[in-house]
Design a protein around this ligand. Structure first.
Ligand SMILES: *Cc1c(COP(=O)(O)O)cnc(C)c1O
Length: 560
């Protein structure tokens, strides 16, 4: 396998991020795209753009043929029996919602059971909760063992005559567990249940044969399979799809509309209302051609080698603990460092050009089962190199060896207010003059961490539930007091160091001010002067925005 030439075909892998060559280890969130896929999408818009299935002209006919040929490519890729079994969707999430509403909702009766597992992504939980609410069906959950394997005894024991639906992931996006789906499908079918497999993580890494698996539905997303976002696939057995009512209504899904009644189109069009994502489908077909032209056994072998090397190197790092250790595991490594909050690790790796994911990975019930707020997740793809894995492990080791984080000893409830320099000796103007001359993000980051250290820490008893502010990735606590001049003083803490630093910046600006001053303060402008607006971006999902909102809410209440 010529790794260099494969890597060359991915333009995004050629860049520098934060002055380092990008090491992209967030493949379980989305994969990078090869040149051929990018070109296919561009070619469509440059030369072939037309709507499908309706135009009376050449471009439309060509677009239609290409679009339907893409469907055939997908059908062959997963060995479905017919193109009619391939429905285009926006992605895995939409596919599961379609099945829940169009298949399950009309079928389920009160007391019927839907069997899920503790490993599921929210996309394979919430649509079932909604349909359970609508029908009176019950959700049963197969537990995992401590190593992250599905508990197969419990799976068998939970199956019964009331089990109408079994919906489970092929590969866990959070722990990498590869479920033995073929055997599980057989067991579930013996009870007459319908089996749905969430293949979002599996399609890029395993060879899928839906007929051999024997499942009723199989779902995946293009964007994790080197294709564009906004395109995905729902495979469904034809006999089932035929009995299902349409899900969304509009153009394409009808044969004939009149006000006395409408006849629906044949499969697969019955489920494809409206103009589809044509360029996405062409891109996905191109991605499949790209992938299947490679030696997939060799790719899988390389991914396994990357994973094994990462586990070997990281296990030697002080304070490293792997989360889960499944018997059959994809190239997904979930872990924590005892010395650092996961969000800090993500940020420090990002400073070194290493991209990965931290947090709950859209699997909050799984995190709850593990008793963790989240993990750091490195997910490897065949285009990653052994050198990248080694550099990742080296940087992680440096992080773990970094100075431990001493914070000011907190003596009393009042000292979290009184001992804080923010809003007193350190105001926002001081912060601006201190941070703006620093050009590099690394230097600014170091200063922010230093400021965070001056924020008095809450003791664990001070971290009261009613003061908790839920961010997506890290928790924070906020307390408010008002002095006799009516000014508001805030004390706050977070389990992530970067958030402590950012809180310090916020408190420097807002502490000790009157409520109307707080409400008038332009925090966006302040952060943009500090060149830190990305920390206010909703995508970071951290507690900072929630803190700012809570501070403003206190000011609103105080001024009311
Ligand atoms: C990513 C993912 C999903 C959701 O896929 P979308 O592309 O966001 O619709 C569902 N399940 C698993 C296991 C995933 O990894």
């Amino acid at each position: 396998m010529d790794l260099d030439s494969i890597r060359q075909q991915f333009p995004a892998l050629q860049q520098q991020v934060n002055d380092h060559p990008l090491i992209y280890l967030d493949n379980a969130a989305t994969s990078q795209k090869p040149e051929v896929v990018i070109n296919a999408v561009e070619r469509f818009y440059r030369y072939q753009n037309a709507n499908v299935h309706r135009g009376a002209h050449q471009l439309s006919e060509q677009a239609t043929s290409a679009f339907e040929a893409a469907r055939t490519t997908v059908q062959q890729f997963i060995n479905a029996a017919s193109e009619q079994e391939i429905i285009w969707t926006r992605g895995t999430t939409e596919g599961i919602n379609l099945i829940a509403q169009s298949y399950a909702r009309p079928q389920l009766k009160p007391g019927d059971e839907i069997l899920l597992t503790e490993l599921e992504h929210h996309a394979n939980i919430v649509p079932w909760q909604i349909v359970a609410e609508q029908t009176g069906a019950l959700i049963r959950v197969v537990p995992i063992n401590d190593n992250g394997d599905l508990n197969l005894q419990r799976f068998s024991a939970l199956l019964n005559d009331k089990t109408r639906i079994v919906s489970l992931t092929h590969i866990s996006n959070a722990l990498g567990t590869i479920n033995p789906v073929a055997g599980l499908v057989r067991q579930a079918k013996a009870f007459g249940a319908i089996v749905i497999i969430d293949g979002a993580q599996a399609a890029p890494h395993l060879e899928i044969d839906v007929q051999r698996l024997g499942c009723d539905f199989y779902l995946f997303s293009g964007h994790k399979l080197f294709a564009p976002t906004g395109i995905g696939v729902l495979f469904g057995r034809k006999t089932l799809l035929e009995t299902m009512p349409p899900w969304q209504a509009g153009g394409e899904m009808i044969k004939r509309v009149s006000f006395s009644g409408t006849t629906y189109n044949d499969l697969p069009f019955k489920f494809e209302a409206g103009t589809p994502n044509i360029s996405g489908a062409l891109g996905l077909a191109e991605a499949i051609r790209f992938l299947t032209a490679l030696d997939r056994k060799a790719l899988a072998h390389h991914e396994r080698a990357l994973m094994n090397r990462a586990v070997e190197l990281c296990s030697a790092i002080p304070g490293f603990s792997r989360i889960g250790n499944p018997t059959a595991c994809a190239s997904i490594l979930s872990f924590q460092l005892s010395s650092h909050h996961q969000q800090d690790i993500g940020l420090m790796l990002d400073q070194q050009g290493i991209a990965l994911r931290t947090g709950h990975h859209c699997a909050m019930p799984l995190m709850e089962r593990l008793g963790l707020p989240g993990t750091v997740r490195a997910s490897f793809c065949f285009y990653n190199t052994m050198e990248e894995v080694e550099r990742f492990a080296r940087v992680l080791e440096q992080i773990s060896l970094g100075r431990s984080f001493a914070v000011a000893e907190t003596v009393s409830e009042q000292s979290i207010f009184d001992d804080s320099p923010f809003g007193r000796e350190i105001r926002n103007s001081d912060i601006i003059s201190q941070l703006t001359p620093l050009k590099s993000w690394n230097d600014r980051y170091r200063e922010i961490m230093q400021l965070g250290k001056q924020l008095p820490a809450f003791t664990s008893t001070m971290k009261r539930e009613q003061d908790r502010i839920n961010g997506c990735e890290s928790d924070a606590w906020l307390r408010v007091s008002r002095d006799d001049k009516g000014a508001l003083w805030f004390a706050a803490d977070s389990d992530a160091r970067i958030i402590r630093g950012l809180i310090a910046l916020v408190l420097a600006a807002l502490n000790g001010r009157q409520p109307d001053e707080i409400l008038a303060f332009d925090i966006e402008d302040y952060f943009s002067q500090l060149n830190l607006t990305r920390h206010l971006s909703p995508s970071r999902g951290n507690g900072l925005k929630a803190i700012i909102e809570a501070v403003r809410e206190s000011a609103r209440q105080a001024s009311a």
